[in-house]
Design a protein around this ligand. Structure first.
Ligand SMILES: [Fe+2]
Length: 127
């Protein structure tokens, strides 16, 4: 069974989907094969470049990757950042050459939010 907000990737074409409503299905397919369920990481290769750092700046929440700035090059970059605030999710797509950060105009207590990001090589990471 799928789980709310799980992210699946097709390892053939690169499609990615996020579960916005849980269903009873056991798997999701693309390109005639099962998509990979991405696990959120906090350990592995280079946590200092991948674990999202959440900061508050007035009415904004800034998410940086990470303590050491992550590369934003064609072959290796942060593709998107998500901010979870209660039952709401905010997402910013990043492009090659951008700063490895996202700014969300959200008024929330920093202790009540969670962030996750997806690196084109090292996968999904959470704060
Ligand atoms: Fe990476």
């Amino acid at each position: 069974m799928t789980k709310l907000n799980d992210i699946y990737r097709c390892n053939v074409c690169g499609n990615m989907v996020e579960i916005i409503k849980e269903g009873l299905g056991e798997s999701i397919s693309c390109c005639n094969q099962e998509m990979e369920l991405l696990e959120e990481r906090q350990l592995d290769v280079g946590p200092e470049k991948h674990i999202p750092i959440i900061e508050k700046d007035g009415e904004k929440i800034i998410v940086k990757m990470g303590e050491v700035p992550h590369p934003m090059e064609e072959e290796h970059y942060i593709c998107f950042v998500e901010l979870f605030v209660g039952d709401k999710i905010y997402r910013e797509t990043l492009e090659v050459g951008d700063d490895p950060k996202a700014v969300f105009e959200v008024c929330a207590d920093i202790d009540d939010v969670k962030a996750r990001e997806y690196c084109s090589i090292h996968g999904l990471w959470h704060s």
